[in-house]
Design a protein around this ligand. Structure first.
Ligand code: PMP
Length: 910
C-alpha cells in the first residue's frame, strides 16, 4: 500500500475522496518561502517529477513568514543542537517566560495593559482557555459579591437596621434585610445557571466542542456540532443593536449603603450570566470581513454592561498579518483577552497564546489549566523569534498587501459578473466569486456554492501553478494569504491567474475552466464510507396532484460517459475519454439534480408535469459498485434522488434505468403518500405486444423464443407472458445461472412449452425470436451469437442495450429496441440523455406519467412484476392514447395495442 492510499483509507477518507474528485489530491514535498514543491505523477499515478507552486493558502494564515524561514529554522536547529528537553512539565520554563513577557509587552504597547499569558497548542485551545477563564472570572466575581452581601446583611442586623426601610434609591421604602435577602437569592440563582458567551454572525473560533459552539456555520453538518457552552449570536452588527442585544438577560440586585448618620440607602447593580463576548476583528474563515470599528466599540460597551470579558480572537488576523501587530489596533478598542496562534508558530511550531489582562487574571487558572505540550521551549523560542519577524516586516506587509489588493480589485472591476468583491487588509485578503448559472442542471450541481472555490483552486493549481483554497465557512471566497516575503513579480502572476479564472467564469467557458478534471484520476475510487446525515423533516409538499397539474418525477441514472454532453451541452467539446475521466473523478461527489421538466397531455383527459431527476452515476459505475458490494451506497444515492423528487412535489416517483435495479425493483423505496413505479410493467407490455404479433404470424415450429436475462424482473415476467404463445423457449443466462433459470422454467410447466436452459449465448442461433432484458452495462449479445441463415427478430429491452450495435447489420436479423412508446398526438418533449426519435419515450417513463394522469390507479410495478400487472399497465396506456413503438434502426412504426382478443387474458391470469 502506498502513502496515498494510506491517507485515503486510514487518515481522512472523505477528504481524500473530495480531493481526488477535484484533482486537488496533490502532495507537497518541500516548502521554501511562498513556494511549495509538488510531487508530479506519471500516467500510472507514480510520482516522477517535481514542480514549483506559489502558495497563497499560507497554512490557512499560519505562514506569514513563508515556509521554513531561515531565521526560524536557525532557532529550531539551535534547540536541537542544545538538546533542550521538549518535555519538562512542572519546571521553570524560560522559553515560555520569555515569550509571555514579549507578547505582554508588544500588545501592552498598544493597549497600555499588562498580561498573563497562557500558552497552548492550537487556536481552538486558546479559545477554550478563554471560555474557561471567563467562566472562572464570572463565577469568582459572583462569589465575591455574594460574600459582600452576606457581610452587609450581617452588618445591618448587628446595627439594628435589618427592619429599617431604605431612605432612597430604587429600593426606597423596603427594608434592608428584605432587599439583601432578595439579592442573595438572585446571586444564588445566577450561580446555578451556566454562563453565556456571545459571538457574532459568521464568526469562526475553531472546531473543538466549546469553540465550535461559537463558530457560526463553519460548513459543518448540524450533527457534528457538540452541545457546548450556552451562547448567543449577534446577527445585527449595528452599534445600538449590539449594545442592547442582551439586556433581557440582565438581573437587577439591590445593595445597601449606610450614610454617616446611620440611614440606609439602596443602590442597584446589574448582574448578568454573560461571561465573555468573542470577536475576530477581521473575520477570516467566513470570507474575510472586517468588523467595523463602531461594532468593536459597541462590543466593548456590551461587555462592560454585563461585566463580561471582551475577547479579541486575533488568531488569524493578528500577529502582524494586517501590518499592525494587532488587527484591532486601528479601531482604538481595547479588549480584555487577546488570542494568537497560527503565524505565532512561525510555520514551524504548533502554539497558541491566550493573553488575559493582568488585572482580571484568576491566578488559580494557571495552576489547574494544563496541556501536556504547552510551554515547551522549542515552540516558545520559535514564537518569540516570529514575534520579532512580525514587527520587522510590518511596513512591507502593508505595502505589498496594498499592491496585491489593488491588482485583484482591478480584476474584479474588469469582470464584475464573475467577481463580487475583493476584501481584507494587509496579507489577509479574500476574493469572492459569484456563483455561475450554467444552463444545464448537471453543471449547476457541479458549480454549487460549496464547490466553486475548489474548482477555481484546481484551475489555478494546474494551469497557473498557484495554490489557493476557499475560506472554510464561505467557500465562494478564495483566500489570498501569502507571506510577507511575497515578491512584486508574484503579484503580477497572481493578478494574471485570477484574471484568467474570472474571464472564464464571466464567459461561461466551462470546458476550459474544468479542463483539469479531464485527466484520469490516480488511484482507485473508494466508495463513500460516511454514515449519511440524518434526514431533516420533510418540507411540506405543495404536491402538483393537489394544486392543478399533477406532477411526477422520473429518476434516471446518467447515461454512458460519452454522452455526458447530453446532460451538459456546455461540455460538448470534450472527448469520450475526457468525459469518462471526469465522471470517474466526480463519482460519489455529485448529488441528484433536476435535469428538466415538461408537460405531457393525455389523449383523453388531463395533463401531467414530468420532472426528470438524475441519479449521478452511470450504468457501468452502478454495476461496478454492485460487484464491489457497495449496493447500500448506490441505494442511498437513489433514495436521495427520491427525496429530491418528493421535495419537488411529485406524487409519483418513477425509477428508470439502474435506479430500480439498485433499489431491489423499487422495494427499498418506501413511501406512504406517493406511488412508486419501476415502469417495468409497461416496458414488458410493449415487448409482449411486439413478440406476440411476431409469433402470431409465425408458422408452427417457428415459434421458438430465446430469452436472455430470465432471472431478472422483466425477463421472468416476459417468460410467463410469452410461454402460452410459443412452442419452445430457451432461457439463456450467464455461466452459473442454470439453477436459477430452472426455477423460472419450473413456473412455466403449466403452459406446456418446451423449455431449454442454456449458459451459452450461441444457443440463440436457432431462435427466430430473441428477447433480452439483462442489467449489464455492456452488450452481451454479439453478432457471432446470431449469425446464420435463420431470420430472427431480436427485441432488446435493456437500457443501455444488451445487443451489440453490429448485430443490426446482420442480414438475417431485425433488431428492435423494445420498451419504447409513442406519446399521444406526436408530443415531443425533450429529455436530455434520451436519444430516441421524436415523440418516442421509454415505456418506464411513460408508466410514470400515466400514473400521474390517474391519481387513483395503484402502481403495478413495485417489486416483482406480474402478468396481470403488465396487462393493467397496458390498459392504462390504452386509456390515454400512448402506443407501443417499434423502432428498427431509425425507422419508427407505431402499431395499436393488440387489446381485443387478449383483454380477457388479464382475468384469466389475474
Ligand atoms: N480562530 C480563528 C479566527 C481562526 O481563524 C481559527 C482557525 N482558522 C481558529 C480560531 C482555530 O484555530 P485552530 O484551527 O488552530 O484550532
Amino acid at each position: 500500500m502506498n502513502a496515498d492510499s494510506g491517507f485515503a483509507r486510514y487518515a481522512r477518507p472523505e477528504l481524500a475522496r473530495l480531493l481526488r474528485a477535484l484533482r486537488l489530491d496533490v502532495t507537497y514535498l518541500a516548502g521554501q518561502g511562498d513556494h511549495l514543491t509538488q510531487a508530479l505523477r506519471d500516467a500510472e499515478g507514480h510520482a516522477d517529477a517535481e514542480g514549483q507552486v506559489l502558495d497563497l493558502v499560507g497554512g490557512a494564515g499560519s505562514s506569514l513568514f513563508g515556509h521554513n524561514h531561515p531565521a526560524l529554522l536557525e532557532v529550531a536547529r539551535r534547540c536541537f543542537d542544545e538538546q533542550i528537553p521538549f518535555n519538562a512539565q512542572a519546571s521553570v520554563r524560560h522559553g515560555a517566560g520569555e515569550l509571555a513577557q514579549r507578547l505582554s509587552a508588544v500588545v501592552g504597547a498598544t493597549t497600555g495593559a499588562s498580561y498573563v499569558v497562557t500558552l497552548g497548542c492550537s487556536g481552538a485551545e486558546a479559545v477554550e482557555g478563554a471560555v474557561k477563564h471567563a467562566t472562572v472570572e464570572h463565577r469568582r466575581r459572583l462569589g465575591v459579591l455574594q460574600e459582600d452581601v452576606e457581610v452587609s446583611l450581617r452588618r445591618v442586623r448587628r446595627d439594628g437596621l435589618a427592619d429599617v426601610p431604605c431612605a432612597s434609591g430604587p429600593g426606597v421604602g423596603r427594608t434592608c434585610a428584605e432587599l439583601l435577602d432578595e439579592t442573595l437569592d438572585r446571586i444564588a440563582e445566577l450561580r446555578r445557571t451556566d454562563p453565556v458567551f456571545v459571538a457574532l454572525r459568521n464568526a469562526f473560533h475553531g472546531k473543538t466542542a466549546g469553540a465550535g459552539t461559537l463558530t457560526h456555520g463553519g460548513n459543518v453538518p448540524a450533527d457534528l456540532k457538540v452541545p457546548g457552552p450556552r451562547h448567543r449570536r449577534l446577527d445585527d452588527w449595528t452599534p445600538q443593536a449590539v449594545v442592547t442585544a442582551l439586556d433581557s438577560e440582565r438581573v437587577p440586585v439591590h445593595l445597601i449603603r449606610v450614610d454617616a448618620a446611620g440611614v440606609p440607602h439602596s443602590a442597584v447593580r446589574w448582574l448578568s450570566p454573560v461571561a465573555a463576548c468573542f470577536v475576530e476583528p477581521v473575520q477570516g474563515e467566513s470570507g474575510v470581513h472586517e468588523v467595523p470599528a463602531e461594532t468593536l466599540a459597541a462590543l466593548r460597551e456590551l461587555a462592560d454592561r454585563h461585566e463580561a470579558a471582551l475577547v479579541f480572537d486575533e488568531i488569524q488576523c493578528g500577529m502582524g498579518r494586517t501590518g499592525n501587530f494587532l488587527a484591532s489596533e486601528g479601531s482604538g478598542v481595547i479588549a480584555d483577552y487577546y488570542l494568537f496562534s497560527k503565524s505565532l508558530g512561525g510555520g514551524l511550531a504548533k502554539i497558541s497564546a491566550l493573553l488575559v489582562d493582568a488585572n482580571r487574571y484568576v491566578p488559580e487558572f494557571g495552576r489547574h489549566h494544563t496541556s501536556t505540550f504547552a510551554d515547551d521551549d522549542f515552540s516558545s523560542r520559535i514564537a518569540t523569534a516570529a514575534v520579532d519577524l512580525a514587527l520587522a516586516h510590518s511596513d512591507r506587509i502593508v505595502e505589498i498587501g496594498a499592491l496585491l489588493r489593488d491588482r485583484l480589485a482591478e480584476v474584479a472591476a474588469r469582470w464584475p459578473d464573475a467577481v463580487v468583491e475583493v476584501r481584507g487588509r494587509g496579507l489577509l485578503l479574500g476574493v469572492e466569486f459569484s456563483l455561475p448559472q450554467p444552463d444545464s442542471g448537471l453543471l449547476r450541481e457541479v458549480f454549487d456554492s460549496e464547490s466553486l472555490g475548489y474548482l477555481i483552486a484546481g484551475r489555478l493549481l494546474h494551469t497557473h501553478r498557484i495554490r489557493v483554497i476557499p475560506t472554510l465557512s464561505a467557500p465562494t471566497t478564495v483566500r489570498v494569504e501569502p507571506s510577507a516575503l511575497l515578491e512584486r513579480a508574484d503579484v503580477d502572476r497572481i493578478a494574471a491567474a485570477f484574471d484568467d479564472v474570472a474571464a472564464l467564469l464571466s464567459r461561461g467557458d466551462y470546458t476550459t475552466l474544468l479542463d483539469h478534471l479531464t485527466v484520469p484520476p490516480a488511484g482507485a475510487w473508494q466508495p463513500p464510507q460516511h454514515v449519511p446525515l440524518p434526514r431533516r423533516d420533510r418540507a411540506v409538499l405543495h404536491s402538483g396532484s393537489r394544486a392543478g397539474v399533477p406532477r411526477v418525477a422520473f429518476l434516471a441514472n446518467m447515461d454512458v460517459p460519452s454522452k455526458l454532453w447530453h446532460m451538459a451541452p456546455e461540455l460538448a467539446d470534450w472527448s469520450d475519454a475526457q468525459c469518462e475521466a471526469v465522471l470517474d473523478r466526480m463519482w460519489g461527489e455529485l448529488d441528484p439534480f433536476e435535469v428538466t421538466r415538461h408537460r405531457v397531455t393525455s389523449e383523453t383527459r388531463g395533463e401531467v408535469e414530468v420532472v426528470m431527476v438524475a441519479a449521478p452515476f452511470t450504468a457501468a459505475q452502478a454495476n461496478a459498485a454492485l460487484r464491489a458490494g457497495e449496493g447500500a451506497w448506490l441505494r442511498r444515492t437513489v433514495l436521495d434522488a427520491v427525496e429530491l423528487g418528493v421535495s419537488l412535489g411529485a406524487g409519483v416517483i418513477g425509477l428508470g434505468g439502474h435506479t430500480s435495479i439498485v433499489t431491489n425493483a423499487a422495494r427499498d423505496v418506501v413511501e406512504s403518500d406517493i406511488r412508486v413505479t419501476s415502469g417495468n410493467s409497461l416496458t414488458a407490455a410493449c415487448a409482449y405486444d411486439l413478440v406476440r404479433l411476431q409469433l402470431a404470424e409465425s408458422g408452427v415450429g417457428e415459434r421458438r423464443v430465446g430469452l436472455v436475462g430470465a432471472i431478472g424482473n422483466i425477463g421472468a415476467v416476459m417468460a410467463e407472458l410469452i410461454a402460452p404463445h410459443c412452442d419452445s423457449m430457451v432461457l439463456v443466462g450467464r455461466p452459473g445461472s442454470a439453477r436459477r433459470l430452472a426455477a423460472v422454467a419450473e413456473r412455466l410447466t403449466a403452459h406446456q412449452v418446451d423449455v431449454l436452459i442454456a449458459e451459452d449465448l450461441h444457443e440463440l442461433r436457432d431462435c427466430p425470436v430473441v428477447v433480452s432484458a439483462t442489467n449489464s452495462a455492456d452488450p452481451v449479445i454479439l453478432p457471432n451469437h446470431l449469425v446464420g441463415d435463420r431470420k430472427a427478430l431480436v427485441c432488446d429491452l435493456a437500457v443501455p442495450g444488451d445487443v451489440h450495435p453490429a448485430v443490426a447489420s446482420l442480414a438475417n436479423v431485425t433488431l428492435v429496441s423494445g420498451g419504447r412508446i409513442q406519446l399521444p398526438g406526436m408530443q415531443t418533449p425533450h429529455f436530455p440523455g434520451i436519444t430516441l426519435p421524436p415523440g418516442i419515450l421509454y415505456s418506464c417513463m411513460a408508466e410514470t406519467m400515466l400514473l400521474g394522469l390517474e391519481p387513483e390507479t395503484p402502481s403495478r410495478s413495485y417489486g416483482g412484476l406480474t402478468s396481470a400487472g403488465v396487462l393493467a399497465a397496458r390498459d392504462l396506456a390504452v386509456r390515454h392514447g400512448f402506443q407501443p413503438a417499434r423502432i428498427v434502426s431509425d425507422d419508427v412504426s407505431v402499431q395499436p395495442w393488440i387489446v381485443d382478443q387478449f383483454s380477457s387474458l388479464e382475468e384469466q391470469i389475474g
